[in-house]
Design a protein around this ligand. Structure first.
Ligand code: NAG
Length: 421
């Protein structure tokens, strides 16, 4: 575009909109987000590091909350510190950058910032968050700081810190106020470093499936987070930090218009959606071909959304075979060990170490990886795979995919470029 035309457009735009446009540290919408989650590091997940849970010898320890509550505190503390210092290091950032990725999404829990009375959580994660941001800077990667657990739990999942049947974050205004304060802290930490932390995710996966009681609180929380992240200077000065809200498991149509420029001229908002095919009986029962069709079929669902849309979690894995994936002590639908499920087949050879994966299984992982990447790049602003590494569930990990060949060294080198045609 000619410079003279550019300046004409700039003048025309400033005439219609008074607010200065955000200038993010990454060109969301024009350059694809290609990234990986650093799951199981600063927030424990039993399926990612089963050894930390098994080593406790206590089957009642099912999440980070009970990990801190139901064993000797000094032991819990030293195990956590050793884990933080070793699970992810600068060499992981180096390998992630070398694989052609541009973003990492880094889950962290509220308890890294604020442990309330009666909460057993152990903190000490913040120095590692700071190291991660420095490592990302060293290797040219962008960090999405992702608040993955809120006080009271926003979804009841073990990865929120506390597994429970019905989450309690939304029903207690103290919980929400504490979360707002943490987002203000995170926004303040990174407001002047948008080239390394261009985007903050104020809450992972709030339980919109529990209905309007949750959704009404979530919508107000997104609006408050917008204010906290985009106006961190205590004045009308705006940051360049993008706000990555989550769809709360609602169809994208539910969010149509929300925090767009036509909604009080909101700018710099992106939508996160998570796509998994293995958390239902029907999903586990699908054939490889059906999984590919399902991935390709998401193109029409994702296309045309009015915010930058990032598929912030997805995986080439197509079964729930990974031990503890559904929670420690809970089986899998695929082999029928999950309560009420019907077995599809044996999980042997479908999870664990890739040294035990057949070549046909590895090709099917390649196909489900490519079908999703091709679809998400065509229909959305990018993708972030869950997850970089796991102790013993290679089908999920970007690291094993690179090592064993079902993920290409360059994420745009497809073996099946026409898989969705
Ligand atoms: C609300 O949550 C706070 C912690 O964030 C807790 O101290 C308080 O007891 C809770 N209130 C109720 C009514 O559960």
């Amino acid at each position: 575009m000619a410079p003279s035309l550019l300046s004409t457009i700039t003048i025309a735009c400033s005439a219609v909109s008074l607010a200065v446009a955000i200038s993010p540290g990454y060109s969301y919408g024009s350059e694809k987000v290609r990234g990986v989650n650093l799951g199981g590091w600063l927030v424990l997940e039993p399926w990612i590091t089963p050894s930390l849970f098994d080593n406790t010898g206590n089957s009642a320890i099912v999440d980070e909350y009970t990990f801190c509550q139901l064993q000797d505190r000094a032991t819990a503390q030293s195990v956590l510190e050793a884990h933080w210092a070793s699970w992810i290091t600068e060499s992981d950032f180096e390998a992630i950058a070398a694989a052609g990725l541009n973003h990492v999404r880094l889950p962290i829990g509220f308890w890294a910032f604020d442990v309330g009375p009666g909460e057993p959580y152990i903190s000490g994660q913040l120095p590692y968050l700071q190291k991660a941001v420095n490592w990302a800077s060293n290797h040219g990667l962008k960090v999405i700081v992702d608040l993955h657990g809120a006080p009271g739990s926003q979804n009841g999942f073990d990865n929120s810190g506390q597994r429970m049947d019905y989450p309690t974050w939304h029903s207690n205004s103290t919980n929400v106020a504490r979360t707002d304060a943490i987002i203000k802290t995170i926004a303040d930490m990174y407001k002047d470093n948008p080239n390394v932390v261009p985007i903050i995710a104020p809450l992972n996966e709030p339980a919109g499936f529990d209905g309007n009681d949750v959704l009404s609180v979530v919508k107000q929380y997104w609006r408050d987070s917008y204010g906290n992240i985009r106006y961190p200077y205590g004045s009308s000065q705006q940051s360049n930090t993008v706000v990555l809200i989550h769809d709360a498991f609602q169809p994208l149509s539910y969010w149509s218009g929300f925090l767009t420029t036509s909604d009080n001229n909101a700018q710099g908002v992106a939508m996160d959606t998570h796509i998994y095919q293995m958390f239902t009986d029907a999903g586990n029962a699908m054939s490889d071909e059906e999984h590919i069709q399902s991935a390709c079929g998401q193109k029409s669902t994702l296309s045309g959304f009015d915010l930058w849309l990032i598929v912030g979690e997805w995986t080439p894995a197509m079964t729930d075979c990974a031990p503890y994936l559904n929670g420690r002590g809970i089986g899998s639908r695929y082999d029928g060990s999950y309560p009420g499920s019907t077995a599809v087949g044996s999980c042997t050879g479908l999870t664990g170490s890739a040294t035990d994966f057949s070549s046909s299984y590895k090709s099917s992982l390649r196909k489900t990886w490519e079908a999703q990447v091709i679809t998400f790049e065509a229909a959305a602003a990018g993708w972030i795979q869950w997850t970089w590494k796991a102790e013993n569930a290679d089908e999920w990990t970007y690291q094993a995919g690179l090592n064993y060949g079902w993920i290409p060294q360059n994420p745009t080198s497809y073996e099946y470029p026409n898989i969705c045609d």
